[in-house]
Write a protein that binds this ligand. Structure first.
Ligand SMILES: [Zn+2]
Length: 161
């Protein structure tokens, strides 16, 4: 495993694994990977069909882990004067994920354009850079490019010299 425990949340490496089996349905050939940076690492791989549902499950699990941590922290915080030896709860292990699913690119674009348009800036938003990054992995993506993504690329991709 090359995945490093030190690099959290950002996972730029290619998540595709043609020999791996999907953790949900057992199909060979996966396009998405999620890593729980615990000790030991937990690594999940999914095929294109299972990824949307798997992603929802994983997001629910992360939210639950965070909620449990907040509850444990509040309990610790209210008890620590009475019980100074009480152990401080540990935050949950961070997650990272990456896929070659167009729906994730589309979701990312919606989030990033909304974010970038709402903050006041002195320079134009880095849409050409984002477009170039999407274009760089386009050949590795599974299925057809969504119309919204194609429009974004047509609008912002720097003309090739
Ligand atoms: Zn599957």
């Amino acid at each position: 495993m090359r995945e490093s425990v030190a690099s959290l949340t950002v996972d730029d490496s290619d998540p595709r694994d043609p020999s791996a089996r999907c953790d949900r349905c057992g199909t060979q050939g996966t396009i998405a990977r999620a890593i729980r940076h615990s000790e030991p690492l937990e690594i999940f791989r999914y095929c294109i069909n299972c990824w949307p549902a798997a992603q929802e499950d994983l997001e629910r699990r992360q939210t639950q882990e965070l909620n449990e941590y907040h509850q444990a922290w509040r309990a610790w915080d209210s008890e620590r004067l009475r019980d100074p030896k009480r152990e401080r709860p540990k935050p949950p292990a961070p997650w990272s994920g990456n896929s070659r699913s167009w729906s994730d690119v589309q979701r990312f674009l919606e989030l990033i354009t909304a974010k970038l348009e709402e903050i006041p800036r002195t320079t134009p938003p880095p849409f050409p850079e984002i477009a170039a990054e999407i274009q760089a992995t386009a050949a590795q993506m599974v299925g057809h490019m969504p119309a919204e993504v194609a429009e974004f690329l047509a609008k912002y991709l720097p003309p090739s010299a």
